[in-house]
Design a protein around this ligand. Sequence first.
Ligand SMILES: [Zn+2]
Length: 383
Amino acid sequence: MIIKNGKVITPDEVLDGFDLRIEEGLIKEIGRSLTGDQTVDADGAYIVPGFVDIHTHGGCGADFMDATKDAFDKALGFHLGEGTTTVVATSCTAPKDSIVRFLGFAKEYMRRSRVVAGVHLEGPYLSVRNKGAQKEEYLAVPATVDYSYMLDYADVIKTVTISPELPGAAEMTTALLRTGITVSGGHDDGIYPEFMPTIEAGMSHLTHLYCAMSELRFKDGIRNVGLREYALTDDRLTVELIADNRHIPPHLARLVLRAKGADKVAVVSDSLRCAGCPKDGAVYKLGADENAQLVKIGDGVAVTADGERFAGSITSVRQMVKNLIDAGIGVTDAVKTGTITPAKIIGEDKTVGSIEIGKRANIAVLDTDWNLAGVYLDGTRMK
Ligand SMILES: [Zn+2]
């Protein structure tokens, strides 16, 4: 198949008036005036890599923690419908049994799905102060619990979010890194230098920068940076950004992109089960437990049922990339934050995340207003 006449966005440039040849689910050729049996005219639309979302809880009424085929299918339906073709299914802070059940099901589902690349465990090793929408009774401290179940599922887990100043966080980081899991800091309550031992141990990523994260604070008569300020100048750290213009307003997105560059910033949906649902006042569970945090759709964002704080987003990576472009970020850089940068963070950049010969033909076609015109998964049209 040939997709003709698009603006092909590579990590470095926009190739205007170019075609793609797709064979056996792979990108085989990028050029002008390609010919073949089956052609689709992109009619000048943008041709971008399928988006990569490394932090999402669900969508279309389903949460990955439901741990059923129906729930995974529905949540992936939300993402595919928005041009996202690689997803890291994310847990919320919950009893260990629920997390283990989720891990077991994800492992099973991944045998059949090429969209779910792995799992992100968001907690339960998080601070009380910055727990955000996570349930306090399920929080745990690394030094005092048995976390060997995570090591048992190292083939499924891509990332674990921990609060780096907690007792035992640096030791946990060392243990997780040894199995190939990326350690991400977030939902923390530390200040410099409390979180440094965990960074020195190899924590390399930060979960939703600026959201539920430590900040500049007075202690013992001096001012210390929190993780959100520290992150901006340590090149060892990549960061997530919920660029929905609610969690992160456009000027803050510009600041982060200027400090870190598009190679270190991944936009993430952090989408909840209510993403893709109508705004009708309905209340939804975050996660699957009886006792789960309740959330609802607020003004363009998910909020806790009492309306007091943000709980996650209802915005897809496609829209977040558009938001960055509208904020003045260049098109290739904005696209990077939703494609190749997150693919690198989870170690999948050899097969997805950019339009390059030999990579999987995961492609989103977007009109000049950034509306989705088509989605291809391994060369098969999904929308
Ligand atoms: Zn989350």
